[in-house]
Design a protein around this ligand. Structure first.
Ligand SMILES: [Zn+2]
Length: 51
């Protein structure tokens, strides 16, 4: 299944056996964010806490 990352718009392949696929099947309440952007968000949040 192909999904588009909500942050960078890149299409990613989500394997049917993955946790992400289960989440996407349950509904689109959680927008798909690729791992690269997830890491960016996490480091950004971390930086803001340090400020
Ligand atoms: Zn992304």
């Amino acid at each position: 299944m192909q999904v588009k990352c909500q942050i960078c718009g890149r299409a990613e392949d989500v394997p049917a056996w993955s946790e992400d696929f289960e989440k996407l099947k349950e509904g689109t309440k959680h927008p798909y964010i690729c791992k690269t952007c997830q890491d960016l968000i996490r480091s950004d949040a971390h930086r803001e806490k340090q400020r």
